[in-house]
Design a protein around this ligand. Structure first.
Ligand code: NAD
Length: 296
């Protein structure tokens, strides 16, 4: 039976390391500031934003949410971004996805200055990640949180084969970049990958990351025995049960380690967002932080 990777517990350790870093900044009168722009009244987004605010407060990050009705114009949002870009008390800006169709999400993301782009979506930051550049730049929080988990679990990535399923800008693509930067050989699959090819590749995968939003896309029988399985998917079934993209019951019998849904990747995403916010604040104020979370 696979080891269950406890995302809640690892996220707790990460949050505590982030609090310590925030305390170091506070000694120098710096309070990291996170601005969240929320447009419309999507109930799931409201819950996410509330959770982010609550978690931020606990670690000493000042989070402010700017709420706009679903009728807000693109100009209103771009104006707000420009104001926040210039605001010295704000170190990190995020626009909660999705936004209503009259607003071009890509345009809004590109308007955020790269040094406050806490989601790592700005083309400049995406380019740095893909070029595997040295130096500090923000990286998408979900895949970064997954790398922290793999590190915490001491999963050896060198000379391994990883299969990433899903190629979104949010998860799959940055995951691909981070794994290859860790000297893993990575294969990136997506909705047009034939099922037979997916199975063939999965049978050789030491690490599997699934981020598709398709329940049961990966079954235990698809896995190489001993594989490490990271399930990013969050799907609500008609019976209201929350499941990932991997069939947990069959996969845990074959894998050596697996993340549950809920309680796996999800908690790491928010903790990593706070980690990135604190790092951006340190960068803005040119304060050196010890990388304490390397050892969580
Ligand atoms: P997305 O819809 O932007 O992208 C889905 C990707 O899956 C696409 O690249 C698509 O090509 C691929 N895909 C779809 N059907 C497929 C199939 N049958 N076979 C192979 N590939 C297929 O989604 P996203 O934003 O990347 O999110 C993916 C899932 O992860 C969702 O369930 C989302 O809720 C969840 N998610 C969780 C967290 C977290 O913190 N746990 C964060 C982000 C996303």
């Amino acid at each position: 039976m696979a080891k269950i990777i406890d995302g809640k517990e690892i996220a707790k350790k990460l949050r505590s390391a982030v609090s310590e870093q925030a305390a170091i900044l506070k000694e120098q009168s710096v309070i990291p500031g996170l601005a969240v722009i929320l447009v419309g009244d999507d109930p799931a987004s409201e819950i996410y934003v509330r959770n982010k605010e609550r978690a931020a407060k606990k670690v000493g990050v000042h989070a402010v949410t700017f709420k706009y009705p679903s009728t807000a114009t693109e100009k209103e949002i771009l104006d707000k971004v420009a104001e926040l870009n210039a605001d010295d008390t704000i170190d990190a800006i995020l626009v909660q996805s999705p936004v209503p169709s009259q607003i071009n999400e890509q345009k809004v993301q590109e308007a955020i200055i790269p040094s406050k782009d806490v989601d790592g979506f700005h083309p400049e930051n995406v380019g740095r990640l893909y070029a595997n550049q040295a130096g500090y730049y923000p990286i998408a929080n979900t895949p970064r949180g997954i790398m922290t988990m793999l590190q915490h679990e001491k999963i050896d990535l060198l000379n391994k084969h990883a299969v990433v399923i899903g190629r979104s800008i949010l998860v799959g693509r940055p995951m691909f970049a981070l794994l290859q930067a860790a000297d893993t050989s990575v294969t990136l699959l997506h909705r047009y990958t034939p099922a037979a090819l997916r199975r063939e590749l999965l049978a050789t995968a030491d690490v599997v990351v699934v981020a598709t939003g398709v329940p049961d896309l990966v079954m235990g029988a698809d896995l190489k025995p001993g594989a490490v399985v990271i399930d990013v998917g969050i799907n609500r079934l008609p019976n209201n049960k929350l499941v990932g993209d991997v069939n947990f019951g069959t996969a845990e019998k074959v894998a050596s380690a697996i993340t549950p849904v809920p309680g796996g990747v999800g908690p790491m995403t928010i903790a990593t967002l706070l980690q990135t916010t604190v790092e951006l604040a340190a960068e803005h104020h040119q304060i050196e932080l010890e990388q304490g979370w390397q050892n969580i």
